[in-house]
Design a protein around this ligand. Sequence first.
Ligand code: GLU
Length: 320
Amino acid sequence: MVKQEDLQTIASSLQSFLEDLHSKYESLRDGTVANYIPELAKVNPDLFSICIATVNGDVYEVGDYNQLFTIQSISKVFVHGLALEDHGRDYLLTKVGVEPTGDAFNAIILDETSKRPYNPMVNAGAIATTSLIKGSGATERLNRMLDMFQRYTGHNVFVDISVFTSERITGHRNRAMAHLMLNFGMINQNLEEALDLYFQQCSVMVNCYDLALMAATLANKGINPMTGEQAVESRYVKDILSVMYTCGMYNFAGEWAYKVGIPAKSGISGGIIAVIPNVMGIGVFSPPLDSRGNSVRGVKVCEELSQQFGLHLFECSEKK
Ligand code: GLU
């Protein structure tokens, strides 16, 4: 397992390694951009960026790292953190499980016995988690969520209204899941309001640098390495990372844990975040997705980074 002491060794070759990775994979044309949210289908498939932020505040980046895109499912990680802060682990567990599903992220499925959605990284679990965010009304809840994203990114964040509206109009599966959970009493507040907040969190705009910094904040015990602000209580970081590790990469999560071995989360707009605890955060953005919904280039980049620098959490062989 790579430790903070190893950072200096890694850092010396990181920028050139990222540049090589970027040129190696920019010509890769596999995968297709997500099109079930009409607005997302308009994205340029050639966009490609990689960014790493360390817990010491150093940044390495290559490609279109300033390009904004909607965060999509990566938001689920951070909203899970906010829900943990709002309710604590025990209560949250009564509403949303922490079991990987092996099913697609948008499967309309709940645990037979408990009626809980399986975990906060699949849509059903994420909608239930979002519905628990505290606030005295829709505006306060949205503002609390945006403030939370601001703590991680270090700047104001905004919701892309076109993507939000597109998703709101076409999100029939998500609406069906919310109704199923309402039927079982798993969603308490106004269902449409919970869905709106969920669509808004997915439509928050970030760039690749933001992703890396958000991941680095989780790597740094919940403290943003650039601003020094506590973005999430440290005691919840291990809950967040455990769920990312087992459920973060859709129904590729097991193989990812096996091969790459780093807590990570991807989203259908083509982003991936990966967290090396106490060391650094990785962000990759490239819109074309594989059949499981993960960025094709993003997966390749993380696999190579993990191999090259021995990042797998359970790596114990001698360094070369
Ligand atoms: N907003 C998307 C949805 O709910 C998020 C999907 C994703 O990134 O996995 O369908």
